[in-house]
Ligand binder design. Structure first.
Ligand code: SAM
Length: 277
């Protein structure tokens, strides 16, 4: 089939921008340049892949799962229903953590990405800092299979541990970074997310605070004396998390940051580090 026919086929049921993104991704062509290839004949296996993706999208699957990949911080990550689709806010968490890593830590850095899902956080930080030792952990065996695939495709060497929070972690780290599940059962959530993404990756008890509290309770057992804890948080959780920090940690400095939309979305906890922002 010609590319133009494939575009028309998709446009019958989906928004034209979504069709262009899909086709561009399958054919490895910038979606803005598809018009230059309208008369190209597309190989049968790619046509079949495109048709399968159209079916999935028409059933309400997110584009990233249908395509099976997404870009995170400039790197390609495979994603499917076993893992959360990495979000833009998480790129901001990685961006800020990377600055702190490079500013306040020198050599021998060990970093734990707790609740790694696709591995997007830990693998990206390893790409940006090849000398650090990165451990990815998650309670979900299925998610860890995806993380391993992504570590390999991004040519990064990381340690992968299946663990319910710290249960199977037997090391000490300079940095613990986590984007834990933080959606409360009472929060409003998009239907497409609810229907497709793993609930294990989304929901948390105690108004979405359960995992922060569980991590903060015992984190120092797994941290060096000089440390950074970096959390992504829900936009209404800042005050509650600051309270948990004062309950469980002493002599720490805390920085909170907003995302690009001006919502409180990141908390950084430093110990034995003199902060100069
Ligand atoms: C919000 S997702 C974050 C995934 C990935 N880090 C990201 O930012 O896209 C939370 C992850 O925590 C994992 N998780 C849930 N409960 C856990 C537990 N008790 N111990 C470890 N990981 C857990 C889920 O399987 C999921 O992969």
């Amino acid at each position: 089939m010609k590319l133009e026919e494939l575009l028309c086929l998709g446009n019958q049921t989906l928004h034209k921008d979504q069709v262009k993104l899909l086709l561009g991704s399958i054919l490895n062509i910038n979606p803005l340049e598809l018009n230059l290839h309208l008369n190209d004949y597309i190989e049968a296996d790619l046509v079949n892949k495109y048709k399968d993706c159209l079916k999935a999208l028409n059933k309400g699957e997110p584009l990233q799962y249908a395509i099976g990949k997404m870009n995170f911080y400039g790197f390609d990550f495979y994603v499917d229903k076993r893992v959360l689709i990495p979000r833009f806010e998480t790129e901001e968490l990685v961006y800020n953590t990377n600055i702190y890593l490079q500013k306040y830590f020198q050599s021998g850095i060990k970093l734990l990405d707790l609740g790694c899902g696709s591995g997007c956080i830990g693998i990206t930080l390893k790409k940006l800092n090849p000398n650090i030792k990165v451990t990815l952990s998650d309670i979900s065996k299925e998610a860890l299979e995806v993380a391993l695939k992504n570590a390999k495709s991004n040519q990064t060497e990381v340690e992968i541990i299946e663990s319910d929070l710290f249960k199977n972690i037997n090391d000490k780290f300079s940095v613990i970074i986590s984007n834990p599940p933080y959606v409360s059962k009472t929060d409003e959530i998009d239907e497409i997310v609810l229907q497709n993404e793993p609930h294990l990756a989304l929901f948390s008890k105690n108004n979405g605070l359960f995992y922060y509290e569980e991590i903060l309770k015992v984190a120092t057992n797994y941290l060096n004396s000089k440390f950074l804890i970096a959390f992504e948080i829900g936009s209404s959780q800042k005050d509650a998390i600051l309270q948990l920090i004062s309950k469980y940690l002493s002599d720490v400095s805390v920085i909170t940051k907003q995302d690009m939309s001006g919502r409180d979305r990141m908390v950084f906890i430093f110990k034995n580090i003199i902060i100069n922002e």
